[in-house]
Design a protein around this ligand. Structure first.
Ligand code: RIB
Ligand code: CA
Length: 313
């Protein structure tokens, strides 16, 4: 089977953790060239530590983990401890990491990898604010054309915002970075709240994680039980939305998702709607399509894939 080469850019975060576990559980389909960490849900020292904790939980201590940007391009960092807890991985008690953090800066790793791998063969999988990706594009303008695909979690249209009335967290934290990425010309596939809010860890689905009777199954059950509080309170959801694992699931079974090739632009000026993904879903403008924006998910199929793969770890 063709193995897709990927770089996961992430701000773990419980849902990032599940996305990473799903990728590491699928080596026949995905070759994880590296995990690059960014400030987002919690500050960078925690996101890079959490990424290493998750790699070791998966039994993959050889994965290369890099620390990247510790703040947005042009704004103060906004974090989400109110959702993910102080550590960013609240819920399970997991051992401190022993695997090393790579010495290279994440941005330099992204640039080096895109320049050394054959053009069009590397997929970037941003699961947090787009600061690392945008910084790499600014530092090395030649690499955007070498990206095979960007498959990112971020934005919203019908679901509006989760951090402000208008914006989703990843885009809101660094709207300037998102603007650079969406204007880069690289092929982009977007997993917005419109699909991730349909990937909810109901009690039955959480019970299925526990029923794996493995440390990974227990940890995922405990992470999602912690992480669901925010959405239960705010939306009355019956469980945690697995935002970031939608990216990994798309790489493994794209047929689980449906969407449209449309134009999306990022609000970077108005304080009222800062970070809004202005998605031309109904094609009412002449703006050229620049991404495939997902609108639906086969949630049963998603959870069947996720549970089957987690059982491998
Ligand atoms: O809005 C959800 C996104 O913000 C997810 O990636 C979550 O991990 C946080 O980063
Ligand atoms: Ca994330």
């Amino acid at each position: 089977m063709h193995r897709r080469k990927i770089i996961i850019d992430t701000d773990p975060g419980q849902d990032d953790a599940v996305a990473i576990l799903l990728a590491l559980a699928s080596p026949e389909a995905l070759e994880v060239l590296g995990i690059t960490c960014v400030a987002g849900n919690v500050p960078l020292p925690l996101t890079e530590k959490n990424a290493r904790i998750i790699c070791e939980l998966a039994g993959k201590p050889d994965v290369k983990v890099f620390a990247g940007c510790d703040r947005p391009l042009a704004r103060k960092l906004v974090t989400a401890e109110h959702v993910h807890g102080k550590t960013g991985l609240d819920g399970p008690v997991l051992p401190e990491p022993t695997m090393p953090l790579q010495a290279d800066h994440a941005v330099d790793f992204i640039i080096k990898t895109l320049r050394s791998e054959p053009s069009g063969t590397v997929t970037l999988c941003p699961l947090g604010p787009l600061t690392n990706i945008a910084t790499a594009f600014q530092k090395a303008p030649d690499i955007a054309a070498r990206v095979g695909e960007i498959v990112l979690m971020g934005g919203a249209y019908f679901e509006a915002g989760n951090i402000t009335p208008a914006a989703e967290f990843n885009i809101y934290v660094d709207p300037e970075a998102a603007d650079i990425v969406f204007k880069s010309g690289a092929p982009i596939t977007v997993m917005p709240l419109d699909v991730t809010h349909k990937a909810l860890v109901t009690k039955e689905r959480n019970d299925a994680f526990r029923a794996l009777k493995t440390p990974v199954g227990a940890a995922v059950a405990e992470m999602t039980e912690f992480f669901e509080r925010f959405d239960r309170e705010k939306y009355g959801s019956p469980g945690a939305p697995l935002h970031d694992p939608c990216v990994t699931a798309y790489l493994l079974q794209p047929e689980l998702f449906t969407g449209r090739h449309i134009n999306v632009e990022i609000e970077t000026l108005s304080e009222l709607t800062l970070g809004m993904t202005v998605a031309d879903w109904w094609r009412v403008t002449e703006r050229a399509p620049n991404c495939t924006f997902m609108g639906n998910i086969d949630a049963e199929g998603f959870f069947a894939l996720l549970t089957e793969r987690l059982a491998r770890l």
